[in-house]
Design a protein around this ligand. Structure first.
Ligand SMILES: O=C(O)CCC(=O)C(=O)O
Ligand SMILES: [Fe+2]
Length: 354
């Protein structure tokens, strides 16, 4: 039982990792969701999932490129998420980043404590529930978030322990950044724009890595690892070591996403929804807990520079498609996040005009 062990839980910071180390047999009350928001864990991911699978090697094929662009466009439109294979990233590089992440969460709490913060504007921070002040229910996740692009600007502020963290995560971050540029080119092309459209803005944009740890949860049917949300950026590229991600399909049904070796997941984020003037919608997703296995995921979020306003692309606004969104920047999102609980209202809802 918790009381019997010599573990001090900080009152301002409730870490799921610490609670799991305490060996609880029940989740504490503040993690228990109202019945209507609890996940149904009996729905297992199907290997024949309807989630699109895109072979990125074909983007370099003269005659097949346009077919792949259509596939990506359809995936963004119908699902807001797709799986990609053959991205040219060695599996050892992804495994290296996952191992570094896992070892970081294994560190004793005293080593992680100096990075703990509820301030969403910190470029490097360790946290748990998204907003301790505003969130009324807590979530079974610890995370490390850090800015990552350009790498040379940020890498020295990343954890120096485990010793391989900076090198492994740095290589991974650079590979994700390169991939995000290629994907954005394909996505713009699928919208009828030039593939180089806004490429400089992406090159100079922000990259935030959200390194997530969902420790084993004694009662995963009562709690969530991360509540339903959309990602703020243009797109997010995700690696995971086991299943736990669920996405809401266009009918409102939660669909579990399978884990397949060599597959990365690409989410449409709010900025892409705005730029596409609503042709593509950011995908609502959440992560469930797991009683047997600790889950690690690395989400790489790509957006324009902090204060750069994102707006519907003029070519995509006409009489049939009136401007549907106001202008937003990453900074606007952070301002919103520091004031609101993520569980109450999503940021994108506040910028929709129609
Ligand atoms: O762990 C996951 O699969 C999702 C993580 C996520 O949604 C995020 O970090 O924004
Ligand atoms: Fe997310």
């Amino acid at each position: 039982m918790a009381e019997e062990k010599d573990v001090v839980v900080p009152t301002t910071f409730t870490s799921a990792v610490i609670l799991t180390e305490m060996g609880l047999s029940h989740v504490p009350k503040r993690f228990i969701l109202p019945v209507s928001q609890r996940p149904n864990l009996n729905v297992k991911p199907s290997p024949n999932t309807s989630l699109p699978l895109v072979d990125l090697a074909l983007l370099h094929h003269n005659t097949l490129r346009s077919h792949v662009i259509d596939e990506i466009g359809l995936a963004c439109k119908e699902f807001g998420i797709f799986q990609v294979i053959n991205c040219g990233i060695p599996s050892s590089l992804i495994e290296g980043a996952m191992d570094a992440a896992s070892e970081f969460f294994n560190l004793p709490v005293e080593e992680k404590m100096p990075l703990m913060s509820d301030d969403v504007k910190k470029p490097v921070r360790y946290g748990t529930s998204l907003n301790h002040v505003e969130d009324t229910v807590y979530f079974w996740r610890d995370f490390l978030k850090h800015y990552s692009h350009p790498l040379s600007k940020w890498v020295n502020s990343w954890p120096s322990n485990p010793p391989q963290y900076r090198e492994n995560m740095g290589k991974y971050a650079e590979a994700m950044h390169k991939l995000s540029i290629e994907l954005m080119g394909a996505i713009f092309e699928s919208l009828g724009l030039m593939p180089k459209y806004l490429k400089d803005e992406m090159e100079e944009g922000m990259q935030v890595m959200a390194v997530n740890c969902y420790p084993t949860c004694p009662e995963p049917e009562l709690a969530l690892g991360i509540p339903p949300h959309t990602d703020y950026g243009c797109l997010t590229i995700l690696s995971q070591n086991c299943q736990g991600l669920q996405v809401k399909d266009r009918e409102g049904t939660w669909v579990p996403v399978p884990t397949v070796d060599g597959v990365l997941l690409v989410h449409v984020g709010d900025h892409l929804e705005v730029m596409s003037n609503g042709r593509y919608k950011s995908v609502v997703h959440r992560a469930t807990g797991n009683a047997e296995k600790r889950r690690i995921s690395i989400a790489s979020l790509h957006s324009f520079a902090m204060e750069k306003k994102v707006r519907p692309v003029p070519e995509l606004v006409d009489d049939q498609h009136p401007k549907a969104y106001g202008d937003i920047s990453f900074k606007d999102f952070l301002d919103f996040l520091s004031r609101h609980a993520i569980t109450k209202k999503t940021f994108i809802e506040t910028v929709r005009l129609i």
